[in-house]
Design a protein around this ligand. Sequence first.
Ligand code: PA5
Length: 533
Amino acid sequence: MAFSASHDPETNSEWTRYCQLNWFNDDLGIWLDISRMHLDHRKLGIIEEDFPKILDSMNSLENGSISNIDEQRQVGHYWLRNASIAPNDEIKNSINGQISTIKEFSQKILEGTIKSFNNKNFSDVVWIGIGGSSLGPSLLINALGNSKQKLDFHFLDNIDPEGMCRVLSRIEAKIDSTLFVVVSKSGSTPEPKITMEAVREYVLSKGCNWTKHAIAITMPDSKLDKLAKAEDWLATFELQDWVGGRTSITSSVGLLPASLLGLDINEFLKGASSMDQLTRNPSYKDNPAALLSTSWYLAGEGKGKRDMVVLPYKDRLEVFSRYLQQLVMESLGKKNNRQGQVVHQGLAVYGNKGSTDQHAYVQQLRDGVDNFFVTFIEILDDIGEFNFVNGLNSGDHLSGFYQGTRQALTESGRQSITITMDKLNPFTLGALIALFERAVGFYAEMINVNAYDQPGVEAGKAAAADVLKLQGRIENLLSDCKPRSLSQIDKEIGENSIESIFIILRHLIYNRPEYKTIGEFNNPNELKFLKCS
Ligand code: PA5
């Protein structure tokens, strides 16, 4: 490990463990402390034999192999922050070209060279996307937004009609100076598509222009790409086939919002690529991603038996817990291993922020069921200063609360990891994200699952489509205005799906006045449904 301090190897004091089990890199200003996990160097050695194979596999992924076997795709997010390692010149040039294009475009928006349809400077951005197409941008805006930013960001990452209305009402007065960024790698995910259509209607109903304000981020030739090109939207940025949603933060998906925020995107990419480089270290003891993933492995016995609770002691990193939840759980939560055997793997992640959560579920962490380990994130530079009468500022208190919680957990036998960063800026955020991406990649190798597909997400999309088809058939059937019981509807539809029919009709009753019931909900089998205007 890179951290060293004089210590007595004979003792097992907290300080000795801290010195022995703490990785530090001066250039990045990042510490990784695993001393409060129930492990030691002997246990960490569990990775030793397989580590060369893990690195070989990462190396082959970086060299362009089809590492996402199920989708027959390359996995190229590491090229995005260091195009020189991309497998061919075409990819290298496209990555570098895209970075320049995003910078130029953002510059023009920020300096007002590109204006709104009625010649105003843009003031707001509505970001339409879900999952990996939204969490990265939301993390960047929350973590690095600043008082000098020229654009306010709003996120539409769901199709809850009320949620959409709330966001749109916030920008109603500025709708003519708002940019709409529609992000969908596949270009056909229902949620962003439906949201985009609803927002477009809304924009047009306000007498504004859509195409001069709309930007697409998607794969070439996707439905969204074709639409944006056919309608001549303001801009389209490519999201490459070899970039997965949850690892897209260093692609156009993250670089565009970062750049529109006025951040130095090169610093962000440099932070990520520096961490990538450090995690190529062949000595697992000096490789932070190996230390992190092995700690996860040991804690959960390689089966995800312990959840990871993420507690950043920094409001700006509040979204990081959700960001990691997707990165880790969508990547590692798999039914089958790479040979197709059923393994039901995963690592559950939840969290919010400290010290806020100390007044919520930390009670259980300290005293209740011991089925987790905590990952604290500590930022040394407090930035804001609020002085108190006793001479301590609020940052001192926050640090005290972090240290107190860490210690209290240790005293009750609970495990924790701490990642400490000297400051939070584009460089360190890039490094932090890369550390977790690499750790997820290593862990996936250790448990032999494909970290880059998401069959469960695809299955959910297909199931939702089936429900909507069924709704169409029910609506069609009831359009004759005749009352029918659930079993009659089920029989006529012929799919043996009485429960779904009930749930669909109950929703329709509450939202469409033409749907009516005869009877009581507490006696659903006697209840009749009809559609009559
Ligand atoms: O990480 C992923 O792959 C997913 O969460 C996707 O980002 C999400 O399903 C949205 O997909 P798309 O960008 O194709 O609309």
